[in-house]
Design a binder for this molecule. Sequence first.
Ligand SMILES: C[S@@+](CC[C@H](N)C(=O)[O-])C[C@H]1O[C@@H](n2cnc3c(N)ncnc32)[C@H](O)[C@@H]1O
Length: 204
Amino acid sequence: MNKYLASINKKTQPAIIKKILLQAKELDTPIISDEGINLLIQLIKIGKVKKVLEIGSAIGYSAIMMALNGFVEVTTIEKDESAFIKAMENISEAKLDKKIKIIHGDALKVNVEGFYDLLFIDAAKAQYLKFLEKFKDNLNSGAIVVCDNLLFHGLVETPNVASGKRVKSLVMKIAKFNEKLISHPDFDTYIYEIGDGMSISIKK
Ligand SMILES: C[S@@+](CC[C@H](N)C(=O)[O-])C[C@H]1O[C@@H](n2cnc3c(N)ncnc32)[C@H](O)[C@@H]1O
């Protein structure tokens, strides 16, 4: 993020957020960038979003930030047991148990009920299209979909620089997803150079 913008955009965060940010560093847990979470929160406010579905809670940072800063109920799904336990503890410490429902499981095997105004996809990068196809019927018309890490540290733009078979294959999958997302008939999408590359789609 631009250093000047990072400093001018900086807001004082509550103690629980400072604690989770430290925890993320200590546990080496990847979380959304400052730019990314600020964008999500603004989208929630502009779009008068009431219900958010998040795929990939990790230790609860983005879910807690959304619930603290918007009038939203968040349902978030996390596959990894230790991340799920940490997220539950953090949600409870933030006193957000009533606003955040966390589900432990593989999002591809979990069904959710009802309709959401915003879907935030931030889990296994190779599965993004599957997540989108699975949950698109749980979205209201006009709902917003945000996906993170679509530039994958710049490697999607310059795939030749990617080292190792696994990373190369992941980069190709993300590139394929980006093309599918942009041309998806059910969504109007643009991808932005925010954080690690974020898309904003609007359900038609
Ligand atoms: C980048 S982290 C999420 C960060 C979080 N959204 C934040 O910004 O605070 C990705 C998380 O997705 C989880 N994940 C990966 N595949 C998943 C799946 N199929 N279902 C649910 N969670 C998944 C991982 O265990 C990991 O904790």
